[in-house]
Design a protein around this ligand. Sequence first.
Ligand code: ADE
Length: 253
Amino acid sequence: MTWHATVLTLFPAMFPGPLGASLAGRALEEGLWRLDAHDIREHGLGRHRNVDDTPFGGGAGMVMRPDVIDTALAAHRAPDDARPLIYLTPRGRLLTQADAARWAKGPGLVLLCGRYEGLDQRVIESTGAEEVSVGDYVLSGGEPAALVLLDACLRLLPGVMGGAGSAEEESFTDGLLEYPHYTRPAEWQGRAVPPVLLSGDHGAIRDWRRDRAEDATRTRRPDLWAAHLSQRMAGRRSPADATGSVATASAGP
Ligand code: ADE
């Protein structure tokens, strides 16, 4: 079955957006995955198709109505739909590489994008939606977050990324940031490529890359470094897709 993403949004024109270009776009054309973006406003109330209202208790902004969201969901998600329902919100837990790997193996996702101050809490609870954030910053809405989340899943679908070997690379990096990359010319603006990379000594190259990956992780991401160390202590070498790290993936072709 084709991996199927359904997005509920007030801005369906944002989809597929950047996912219509590059490898994900080609894969979409080839039918390797499917995308439906539906306008929540079609389920809005009254002549003006209202989707939001002022918050009980006062305060700034508007809150999306639970009845409208519920109706929109019912229209686009069958009761026996096995796909996880995800609500993109800065209040959610942080997206990880492990999430993307798990969701890429499943049937697809239903993504709920909020605007304004977000969704009424009751519809989040009644639907059992999983609340996910793409980072500790506030976007104008869930749509760019949904695009990020989809991209992370799509590159893991079989046949979407041309280049083989990326999965191997990911497990090699083992919860570490990637080592730096170099290509021709060997000298550029007075800067030489690290000589070991030109040595042909594959053992030395592997060691050098490992050292650089460890240096980068230790200095830039103490949180990932601590997780890496405790994993090493435990004597486990789990595959990258189980580390929960967002930092292990190579960028691909
Ligand atoms: N909506 C607004 N900001 C967001 C974030 N950081 N992650 C997910 N959804 C969001």
